[in-house]
Design a protein around this ligand. Structure first.
Ligand code: XMP
Length: 502
C-alpha cells in the first residue's frame, strides 16, 4: 500500500483519495507511527499548517523512514522537512504564497514524465527551501524560477505545491508518475476496504449498543448496513417528520426490510405540523424543525452507549473550515450539536465514513448490495417539503406537493432523466390565480417544477429538459392534482437563486 503520513494539512485526505483514484490502496498514519506502517510500496509526507522553524513543528524519525527503502514524496511541509533531513535549510518567508502559480518542470522525465512545459498548480505556504544540500537537484521551478520541486538521490522527491487539489491541473498525473516508481503496490479493492471498515467498527464497538439515525438517504443507509454487516448490537432510528415525499416513510422502512436491517420508525408528523402551524419565516421554520428533530431523536435513543453518524469527509472539512453552504451548516447542526460533542469527548461517537467522499460511499454501498435506486437517490433536505412551500405549512399543502412531486419524478424516471439531473422536485407556489376547469372558473394555487445539475450544491444550473417531459408532467398534474391550476418551470440558476425555495 501507499502510506500517507499526515502532518495536518486540510488536504491530506485528498492525497489518499487521489491514490485510490489511481487504483492503489492508501492509508493514513500519524508521523509518530512511522515505525508501524507495515510494508509500504511508497510513502507520501503530507503538507501541514506548521512551519518547520516552529519549536513544536512535527518531525519524523528519518532513519526509520529511510529503512523502508521505498520511494518517498514530500508535499509542501513534507518537502521542507525532507530538505532539512538531507542537510538543507528552510527559510521562513514573510510573504505567504497562496493560490495559483505556474510550474515548469526542468525536464519532462521521472516525476514530470508527460507533464506540460508549463502548468497551473496550487500553492499554500509561507516557508521556502533556501539552502539545497549536496546531491539535491531542482526538478521544477515556478514562474519566477524559484525551485518548487526537488529530488534528493534516487528515491526522494519533494513538491512545494499541492498536486492533490484539482486547481493543480496535472497533479494527478504527477502523483501517478511518483507511484510508477514504487515496487509492487496493492491495488485498491472496495471489498478489502469494506472489510477494513467493518473490522474497525467491530474493534470500536465490541458488545456495546450503537444507535444511528437514518433518513433513507445514501450516507445513513450505508452506515446502517455497515453496522448490520459488522454484526454489532445496533438500533437504526428513523424519524418521520411528516415532511417527507409521497410514500417515502413506507419506502424507507420497506427498503430496510428488503436488506434485512432492522429499523425503528418514530412517527412524529403530528408534532412537527403542530410546531410549525402558522410560522412563515424561513429560518424560523428551519430552527423549529431542527430542534424538534433532535428532541424526538434523543428521546428515542435513550442512554446510547455509542452514537454512529454518517459524517463524510467533506462534512468534516466544511464544519472545520467554512460554513457557507446551508447544507453543511445544517449537517453541522445535526452532527455537531452539544450533545454530540459531549459524547465525542467521551469517545462515544463513531463515524466510519469520515474518510470517504460521496462517490466512494456509493461504491461502498454497491459492494454492500444496496440497491441502485437507493444509492442514486437525489439529495433531499432535512427540513423536507417545508422548504418547498414558501409561507406557512399545512397538511393540505404538503399533500399537494407530494402529488406534484411524485408525478414529475415519475416522468423523469420513465424518460431516463432522473439519473441525468442532480436534483429535481416539485414545489408549491401558494399564490391563487384564475383558470377554467371543466366549465367552471377555478381559483387555485400554482406549482413549480425544478431540475438542476450541480457538483457540490454550492452552485447549480437549471436543466433544459425536453418539452415533451414538461408537457406530460403538466398535463398529468393539471388533470389529477386538486388545488393546482397552473404549472411553472423554474429556470433560475444558483446563484442568485438557491436550489430550494427556502
Ligand atoms: P440550497 O437551497 O441552499 O440547497 O441551494 C443546496 C443543497 O442543500 C440541500 N439542503 C439541505 N440539506 N438540510 C439538508 O440536509 C437542510 O436544511 C438543507 N437545505 C438545503 C438542498 O436540497 C440542496 O441539495
Amino acid at each position: 500500500h501507499v502510506a500517507v503520513l499526515d502532518f495536518g494539512s486540510q488536504y491530506t485526505q485528498l492525497i489518499v483519495r487521489r491514490v485510490r483514484e489511481l487504483g492503489y490502496f492508501a492509508k493514513l498514519y500519524r508521523p509518530e507511527d512511522v515505525a508501524e506502517i507495515g510494508k509500504p510500496g511508497a510513502i507520501i509526507l503530507s503538507g501541514g499548517p506548521k512551519s518547520t522553524s516552529e519549536a513544536d513543528a512535527p518531525d519524523i524519525d528519518f532513519a526509520t523512514l529511510d529503512a523502508y527503502g521505498v520511494p518517498v514524496l514530500g508535499v509542501c511541509y513534507g518537502m521542507q522537512l525532507l530538505n532539512i533531513k538531507f542537510g538543507g535549510e528552510v527559510k521562513a518567508s514573510d510573504k505567504r504564497e497562496y493560490g495559483q502559480a505556474i510550474m515548469k518542470p526542468v525536464a519532462c522525465e521521472g516525476l514530470y514524465e508527460g507533464v506540460s512545459a508549463e502548468s497551473q498548480v496550487w500553492m499554500s505556504h509561507s516557508d521556502t527551501v533556501s539552502n539545497l544540500p549536496d546531491g539535491c537537484s531542482v526538478i521544477a521551478v515556478n514562474q519566477h524560477d524559484t525551485p518548487v520541486s526537488l529530488q534528493w538521490g534516487e528515491r526522494y522527491f519533494g513538491i512545494q505545491y499541492h498536486p492533490e487539489v484539482t486547481h493543480s491541473h496535472e497533479g494527478t498525473r504527477i502523483l501517478g508518475n511518483f507511484l510508477m516508481m514504487a515496487g509492487d503496490l496493492q491495488p485498491f479493492r472496495i471489498e478489502e476496504f469494506r472489510r477494513e471498515i467493518i473490522d474497525g467498527i467491530r474493534d470500536r464497538v465490541g458488545d456495546k449498543q450503537v444507535v444511528c439515525g437514518v433518513s433513507g438517504g445514501v450516507d445513513s443507509t450505508v452506515l446502517a448496513v455497515l453496522l448490520h454487516e459488522a454484526g454489532v448490537n445496533m438500533r437504526a432510528i428513523f424519524v418521520d417528520n411528516g415532511l417527507l415525499r409521497k410514500d417515502e416513510a413506507a419506502e424507507v422502512v420497506n427498503n430496510f426490510h428488503r436488506m434485512g436491517v432492522p429499523i425503528e420508525k418514530v412517527d412524529a408528523s403530528e408534532r412537527f405540523l403542530t410546531a410549525l402551524a402558522g410560522e412563515t419565516a424561513p429560518e424560523k421554520k428551519r430552527v423549529i424543525i431542527g430542534n424538534l428533530f433532535l428532541d424526538v431523536f434523543w428521546d428515542a435513543v435513550g442512554d446510547a452507549e455509542i452514537l454512529a453518524q454518517g459524517t463524510l469527509y467533506p462534512d468534516v472539512i466544511e464544519s472545520a473550515s467554512n460554513e457557507n453552504s446551508k447544507a453543511s451548516k445544517i449537517k453541522t447542526h445535526h452532527n455537531r450539536v452539544d450533545r454530540v460533542l459531549e459524547l465525542q469527548a467521551q469517545g462515544k461517537v463513531l463515524e466510519p465514513l469520515a474518510e470517504l467522499f460521496k462517490d466512494e460511499v456509493r461504491e461502498l454501498g454497491a459492494s454492500l448490495g444496496i440497491a441502485k435506486d437507493i444509492l442514486n437517490r437525489h439529495p433531499f433536505p432535512g427540513p423536507g417539503l417545508a422548504v418547498r412551500c414558501p409561507g406557512d405549512i399545512t397538511k393540505e399543502k404538503l399533500d399537494i406537493i407530494r402529488e406534484v412531486d411524485a408525478i414529475f419524478i415519475s416522468r423523469l424516471k420513465d424518460h431516463g432523466w432522473y439519473d441525468k439531473v442532480w436534483q429535481a422536485y416539485g414545489a408549491l407556489v401558494p399564490v391563487k390565480t384564475v383558470g377554467v376547469k371543466g366549465d367552471e372558473r377555478s381559483y387555485e394555487w400554482a406549482c413549480s417544477l425544478r431540475a438542476v445539475v450541480s457538483e457540490d450544491a454550492m452552485t447549480a444550473d437549471w436543466v433544459e429538459l425536453p418539452y415533451s417531459i414538461l408537457r406530460e408532467s403538466s398535463n398529468m398534474i393539471l388533470n389529477s392534482v386538486a388545488g393546482i391550476n397552473r404549472v411553472l418551470f423554474d429556470v433560475s440558476s444558483k446563484p442568485p437563486a438557491s436550489i430550494e425555495w427556502e
